[in-house]
Design a protein around this ligand. Sequence first.
Ligand code: UT7
Length: 377
Amino acid sequence: MDRYAHIIGWGMAAPSQVLTNEDLSRRVDTSDEWIISRTGIRERRIAAEDETTASLAVEAALSALDPTPLNPHDLDLIIVATSSPEHIFPATACIVQDRIGAVKAGAFDLSAACTGFIYALNLAAQAIRTGSIDNALVIGSETLSRFVNWEDRSTSILFGDGAGAFVLQGSDEPGGIYSCIMRSDGSGEALLTLPAGGSKLPASPLTVEKNLHTIRMNGREVFRFATRVMASSTREAAEKAGWEMTQVDLVIPHQANLRIIEAAARNLRMPMDRFVVNLDRYGNTSTASIPIAVCEALEQGRIQDGSRLVFVGFGAGLTWGALALEWVEPRVRIPPLRRRQRALLRFLASVRSFLRRIIRRIEGLIWGTSAQGKRRD
Ligand code: UT7
């Protein structure tokens, strides 16, 4: 019997702090008029000091799990797609696993820049469709504001922070994720990059002095590449799913620049009302942009049972990709009252995490290593 991967839960998290174009024009030589006409962005959300990529991911994950019949311990896999991970290692996904109490889940991060959410969704869906796992949590989470050079007007106007999450479950009912294309071209590595902090250029006084820990981008080149691949990959994913473009109800594109989305719509000969656009309020939230746009489209009733959707994205790498799915309205939703049990589970997850840290410390004392891995004298 064929197996399908359905999205049964979705959620998002957006920091409350808003940075408008006016605010930016007080920092760098730009204007509200320039930013709107060249990008379509009006404002973006910026993480507060106590908000991180993991904390936003946890918030989105819990709100995605909330209405589903699943508890965190039912999850088999957690993937966090991110370009602004909590650390180089451990993976942000492991921090999410611990915070939500997903005790049986494998967890890893996926780095494919803004295309990361599409890649991650496809990998989780494949694992479900082969029967290897039943339930997965896929998150796109970013705090790119921490890596922006606030004196660079060509990048500081674009990015925003946020997270979006989907819960996927296996089903025998046709629908869900049907096809995906994943592409890359590393010859464009220099076009959009965060040069230092990796193994090639570890942090040093020089990298800090030269501001190499912030985003560098050749905007024009990335723009040209994006307009080239958005339409072709949308078409390819739809074809692979066996659909004509006229059968696609809604395209949910990566929210980078309104002009890029408009160019894709023109190339596909589709009206703009079949594209979801919310970049005016969030800017480019990289891996989080597609799931946040899906959450808002669902809230606005633009996605219904049976809707045929294509997600399409591009980003640093270079990477690009598109994924076609048929929306299946979740058959089981949990009433708000039962969700109270979840609050208890969340509390138990934090107790469990605390106890495990204590036990590890005690074991370290007994066996002669401290929690930091140093030998005891
Ligand atoms: O997830 C992927 C992330 N990256 C992207 O999606 C980036 C794709 N690229 C873009 O969105 C656009 O290239 C930008 C929005 C970054 C720039 O728009 P553009 O229409 O390609 O502008 P440009 O780079 O060709 O620059 C045109 C002019 C330049 O001045 P000169 O050389 O013509 O005198 C820039 O210096 O606009 C200037 N400029 C600005 N002026 C006011 C660049 N940024 C700004 C700014 N405010 N913020």
